[in-house]
Design a protein around this ligand. Structure first.
Ligand code: NAG
Ligand code: NAG
Ligand code: NAG
Ligand code: NAG
Ligand code: ZN
Length: 470
């Protein structure tokens, strides 16, 4: 795609980059009122107290409850009864911890169910091809699809092909992994692009840098007016194999069968409040999503982030630390099919956005915590940076411009916010695959994330000043 096209399609990204350059330049020159600096440093004993209590005491119980939650419910796909049961469990757990201010907000969510999938290479030799359909994929016609495959490395390569080369075939995308954010477009839009060229199905190299023969699922979207064709992930191993066979001049014939059902169900966002002592109407939101994909157990995505966020109001209440503003944990529902829970919350509360002082999210792992990816005005970022000083070495501050997943919707509405930075370089190895289980987690790290998450949000919720917007 040309730079000009990018500019037209994604003008916001251009603005974002410009803004981040400016903000970065001024970050070194944060000049805060000395009284505010003194006030922030006066929290050092409290933050140490919160973190020590979680590290040495309450964190272990939280981790046991987290493990029990994952063991008991496992995968919690949008629209499933097991997701609803897991929400009930968290409501009960909140009350058991002595916090009764827990409410839910109902909404409609997609309920896409994987029934049956099967993939086989017939030519040049018989080999099983493990496939894992993408959320919202249509089924194959009864009896499946038997077709020749054509492998491409990019959308550009697909576009350059003559339509007759693609018509009636299964398009295999073997795109190189650059980063999740850049490469995921082959999962989300691959089917639509290939359908416009006349393809009958697509198989997409899993969006991960590493594989031991596991496919990775995720959401995909059909563009308007496009023939909906079945679309599934394949492993890196098979994507490379199919590429080599094509390069070696072999004709590749595949057979796939996929069957899904789709309807909608009711689900709920869960709100856990520790009401503010002075300004209960003002909110500091900490959040993660409670739903997961139907493969693996959603331990990492996003069981860990959901749990440490739920724990913030709960543990502050236990420690008898009531900040000035309300601390609200939100357990988003139906993040995976496309931020459905967060969209509903935004719609329902759009006239109260000015009451959100800060919004936080953990949805990229709860490995060793490093700091925050912060979006907000220069002054807000300066205040956050000053608060982070007392958490060294958990004091890294980044400025991607769009931190988080669900909370990006709020960031776009000018609400300041942050997502948890952690040592998650292996996150996408397991993400949306059967590999997302408790084995990936480390208690010490999760507890450390929880300690930082609770202590940091306490300070923001208790400061005498609101975080200023642009
Ligand atoms: C921290 O110190 C402040 C005064 O500097 C005091 O008011 C507060 O009670 C202390 N908090 C804890 C948890 O020790
Ligand atoms: C939650 O508590 C209610 C009332 O005590 C109980 O009926 C229900 O079975 C519990 N649900 C879960 C999922 O723990
Ligand atoms: C889709 O097709 C309809 C009717 O064929 C047309 O009116 C509409 O503009 C199309 N929309 C897009 C996004 O192409
Ligand atoms: C968990 O992480 C801690 C701290 O990084 C490390 O010392 C420990 O060895 C890890 N435990 C396991 C089982 O990997
Ligand atoms: Zn997630």
């Amino acid at each position: 795609m040309t730079a000009l096209k990018l500019l037209i399609l994604f003008p916001l990204i251009t603005i974002k980059i410009d803004a981040s350059v400016v903000i970065n330049r001024y970050d070194d020159e944060c000049v805060l009122d000395p009284a505010l600096v003194a006030e922030i440093s006066s929290y050092e004993n409290v933050t140490k107290h919160i973190m020590d209590q979680i590290r040495n005491n309450y964190g272990k119980t939280m981790y046991q409850e987290y493990t029990h939650f994952i063991d008991k419910f496992g995968a919690r796909p949008s629209g499933s009864w097991i997701l609803e049961n897991s929400i009930n469990h968290m409501i009960n757990l909140t009350r058991q911890h002595g916090l009764n201010d827990v409410t839910t907000e109902e909404l409609e969510v997609p309920h896409w169910v994987r029934i049956f999938e099967y993939g086989l290479m017939l030519q040049p030799r018989a080999k099983k091809i493990v496939i894992l359909g993408f959320g919202s994929s249509v089924s194959t016609p009864r009896g499946g699809i038997l077709a020749e495959a054509i492998v491409v490395k990019s959308f550009a390569e697909l576009e350059a092909l003559d339509r007759t080369k693609v018509q009636g075939k299964i398009v295999v995308f073997n795109e190189p992994y650059v980063s999740y954010g850049e490469t995921v477009i082959y999962r989300t839009l691959g089917a639509s692009k290939a359908a416009r060229k006349g393809a009958v199905a697509t198989l997409v190299r899993s969006i991960t840098p590493f594989s031991i023969y596991a496919p990775h699922t995720g959401a995909q979207y059909y563009e308007n007016n496009v023939t909906k064709i079945p679309t599934a992930a394949i492993t890196l191993e098979d994507a490379d194999l199919l590429q080599r066979l094509q390069n070696e001049g072999e004709k590749i014939v595949l057979q796939i069968q996929m069957y899904y059902t789709e309807d909608t169900k009711k689900s709920r966002n869960t709100l856990v409040d520790l009401k503010g002592r002075v300004n209960p109407e003002k909110l500091v939101i900490v959040s993660g999503h409670i739903d997961s994909w139907d493969v693996g157990e959603g331990a990492m995505d996003d069981g860990g982030g959901m749990m440490i966020s739920w724990f913030v109001p709960v543990v502050l209440n236990t420690l008898n630390l009531k900040p000035r503003r309300t601390v609200r944990a939100i357990l988003w529902t139906a993040e995976e099919p496309g931020l459905i829970g967060a969209q509903a919350y935004l719609k329902q509360h759009k006239n109260e956005l000015d009451k959100i002082n800060f919004i936080m999210e953990s949805d990229e792992g709860t490995f060793q915590p490093l700091g925050l990816d912060v979006a907000g005005s220069k002054k807000t970022r300066c205040i956050v940076q000053e608060v982070l000083k007392q958490f060294a070495p958990i004091n890294k501050m980044e400025n991607s411009g769009a931190p988080g997943s669900d909370i990006v919707l709020f960031i776009k509405q000018n609400v300041p916010g942050a997502s948890l930075l952690n040592r998650n370089e292996r996150y996408y190895w397991f993400h949306h695959s059967e590999g997302d289980t408790m084995v990936v987690q480390n208690m010490t790290n999760v507890v450390e994330c929880a300690a930082f998450w609770a202590a940091f949000s306490y300070v923001i919720a208790d400061l005498s000043v609101d975080l200023p917007r642009h």
